[in-house]
Structures are given as structure tokens and as C-alpha cells.
Design a protein around this ligand. Structure first.
Ligand code: ZN
Ligand code: ZN
Length: 244
């Protein structure tokens, strides 16, 4: 079934609520409801918990697994689904395997800041809802004051840049650090930084200094996780300060 092929286009949300679709309260916008239903049918469902900073995915071995953003290994924006954009991510599961899951743009970039809305919040308890609202206000204030939830060092531009997780391409752990390939939102070149787990997992926590691979990656390379890991192990990292 294609996303646009979902049934229910002609119905108003409150009509469906009366039929007892309890996971989707009537306040949820129409678009969010359609998106959620498509995920339910076709994909690994994801939810973000603002209290624990963990995404919940389905796991074939454990039923369900909670992972931090730093457990993600690759990010690929799917063609077609623009509102909201949807990313296929590969994540390292606590069961020891890697699985694919789908994450909406909102869940990736805004949920960690407590700024997400719609069906995901409505699936949580009222306590989480109010906490998310507070987090959201706090995050908005900090961004307004020039603090950025995530940043990286763009090698071709020789400067630090603010970024959101939707610009991450690949992540690979090693030696207590994380290799992070980022597609620069400004110049679109790929840069590889060596960062801490906290740098990825905790919004507004930015490493003072990161390792930077000192060469420009041609085209889309490295395309695969395996190539990326090889690249990391054979690369030299230069330290760069991240202060924006
Ligand atoms: Zn698993
Ligand atoms: Zn750049």
C-alpha cells in the first residue's frame, strides 16, 4: 500500500474517533493521523520518550527496544513522503543485531527538544505532555539566544555549523567515541567528525573540541556503513574547536 493510498481521506478525524480508534485522539491533525496509520501497516514504529531520551523501535527478538540517537547507524531520507519527511534509519539494537526503522523528520529533529506535536505526544501520558511543553519552551529560548542543540565542524568550509540530526548520514562507534558523517546543510558536502556519545544524544551538549577527518569526501562517499567504518579506521583526525 502506498502512503497516499491510505483509506480515510474523505473522513473527518472526529468521525473515526467515535468509532473507537483510541490511539489517535480527535485533536490530532488529519495529516498526522494518515502518517501514523501508514507506519502501523508497513513499518517499524518509532516513538521518542523525552524523559529517557530514547527512541522505541520494534525488535524481532525482544519485541521492543529503546535506543538513544547514538545507536543509529545510518540515515536515509525516503523519496516521496514530504509532509512529514520520513527517514529510514538503521540502528544497533541491544539484542546484538541491527534493524531498520522509520523516523519522521519531527521525531528526529524536534522530539529530542520537546518540540514535537501531534499523535506522538497524544500517545504518551499527560505528565510527559506537560514536561514536553516545558522542554519545548526551554529549547526555543536557548535556540533564540544563539545556542544550538547540535553542531559539527564542516571541513570544506573550515568552520563549525549548527545542524539537526536529519543532516546526519552515518554513525559508527569506536574507541569510546563516535564517527559521525554529516551532510552540511549550508554547503552540502560531507564531513566526518569524531565526537562523544553525549554530543549526539544530548541536545545542547556540544563537545568543546571534535576530531575532523582532513579530506573532502567525493560525491556521496562513503555510501555504506562498512566503507564508513573502514574509512574511520584508516583516517587521521585533526582537533577543531566547535564554539559557534
Ligand atoms: Zn533487536
Ligand atoms: Zn559546509
Amino acid at each position: 500500500m502506498s502512503p497516499s493510498g491510505s483509506t480515510g481521506h474523505g473522513r473527518r478525524p472526529h468521525e473515526q474517533s467515535r468509532r473507537g480508534l483510541r490511539t489517535a485522539p480527535r485533536a490530532v491533525p488529519w495529516k498526522a493521523r494518515i502518517g501514523f496509520r501508514v507506519w502501523l501497516v508497513d513499518y517499524n514504529i518509532v516513538m521518542y520518550d523525552a524523559l529517557t531520551s530514547r527512541y522505541t523501535f520494534a525488535c524481532p527478538a525482544r519485541g521492543e527496544s529503546r535506543v538513544a540517537l547514538s545507536a543509529f547507524r545510518s540515515f536515509e531520507r525516503l523519496p516521496g513522503a514530504a509532509h512529514p519527511a520520513v527517514f529510514r534509519v538503521r540502528f544497533a539494537c541491544p539484542c546484538g543485531d541491527e534493524h531498520d526503522g522509520l523516523v519522521s523528520h519531527d521525531e528526529l529533529d524536534w522530539a529530542p527538544l520537546g518540540l514535537h506535536d501531534g499523535v506522538f505526544l497524544n500517545l504518551m501520558t499527560s505528565r510527559v505532555e506537560s514536561l514536553a511543553a516545558e522542554l519545548g519552551e526551554l529549547a526555543a529560548t536557548r535556540i533564540g539566544a544563539g545556542e544550538w542543540p547540535w553542531s559539527f565542524f564542516c571541513y570544506p568550509e573550515e568552520r563549525p555549523r549548527p545542524v539537526f540530526p536529519s543532516s546526519f548520514a552515518l554513525l559508527a562507534p569506536g574507541d569510546g567515541s563516535l564517527g559521525l558523517a554529516v551532510r552540511c546543510p549550508a554547503c552540502h558536502a560531507l564531513s566526518v567528525n569524531l565526537v562523544s556519545h553525549e554530543h549526539v544524544d544530548l541536545p545542547f551538549y556540544n563537545d568543546a573540541e571534535v576530531g575532523v577527518v582532513g579530506h573532502v569526501f567525493a560525491g556521496d562517499a562513503p555510501r555504506t556503513l562498512e566503507k564508513f567504518r573502514e574509512e574511520l579506521y584508516s583516517s587521521r583526525f585533526d582537533a577543531r574547536r566547535l564554539g559557534l
